[in-house]
Design a protein around this ligand. Structure first.
Ligand code: PMT
Length: 224
């Protein structure tokens, strides 16, 4: 739509996948490309919002008229989200965040020897960014999460919308070929706090992003 539905709103969006270093040359990560978060940033900017895009290890070109803040790890992402959320109207977390990180980061490259056929990594829990944000959230602020699931999509997304105190969750089946991680297309179910559901067809991430921005403007912001 050509109308400026989000004029005057400040929106913080996260995109990409966090990287958790193991040693100077290795890290743990996931398949997120950042395409979904970038598409949302573009749709929000076109709708007139002031957009800050926090990028975790993406290689996509910077969207026009969007402030970009790059981060690496889940803990970097937490710090930057917290700082940006203070005076934001909306937070949308499309980034894929590592739930665990290596317990220690070796300052030298980890070596194999002639004897070890297996190796065990000790991992520790990362902060849950959405849960941390929920503790400081003002009533006027809107928080939207994603749920990337390979099974029991709706049941798991319903658990996350409650546990993370979200206004909306975008349930994303990441087991299907051609949608989800790294793909150009996506298919999602928008799940509202009151239990309402709205499923999209398979379409471009840009189209999915436009629908999300439309729901944000017409169902979440207008209700306030
Ligand atoms: O980047 P693309 O290649 O375009 O792929 C898009 C996508 C598949 C990454 C995206 O559509 C998506 O589903 N993003 C969420 C990925 C994820 O981490 O989902 P989750 O179900 O593990 O986490 C639930 C929510 O909590 C997410 O909003 C996540 O950002 C957030 N989270 C997760 C872990 C954590 N420690 N802190 C968080 O805040």
């Amino acid at each position: 739509s050509g109308s400026k539905e989000l004029e005057g709103k400040r929106i913080v969006i996260t995109a990409g996948g966090t990287r958790e270093p193991l040693d100077p040359v290795r890290y743990l990560t996931n398949h997120s490309s950042g395409k979904m978060g970038f598409a949302i940033a573009k749709a929000a900017q076109l709708a007139g919002a002031e957009v800050t895009l926090i990028t975790a290890n993406t290689t996509l070109p910077k969207p026009e008229s969007v402030k970009v803040l790059p981060v690496e790890t889940a803990r970097d992402l937490l710090q930057t989200v917290q700082k940006q959320f203070v005076d934001a109207d909306v937070l949308i977390m499309a980034a894929a965040v590592a739930d665990f990180r290596p317990a220690t980061v070796s300052d030298r490259k980890i070596k194999k020897n002639d004897h070890n056929e297996t190796m065990t990594l000790d991992l520790v829990r990362n902060p849950d960014i959405l849960k941390e944000v929920a503790t400081t959230k003002k009533a006027s602020q809107i928080v939207i999460g994603f749920a990337a699931e390979t099974n029991d999509l709706i049941t798991n997304a319903e658990k996350k919308i409650k546990a993370k105190h979200l206004d909306l969750i975008v349930a994303n089946d990441v087991s299907q070929k051609g949608i989800g991680f790294s793909a150009d297309n996506n298919q999602v179910t928008f799940l509202f706090a009151n239990g309402d559901q709205q499923k999209t067809s398979v379409e471009s991430k840009q189209k999915v992003a436009q629908q999300l921005i439309h729901i944000l403007s017409h169902r979440l912001i207008s209700r306030q």
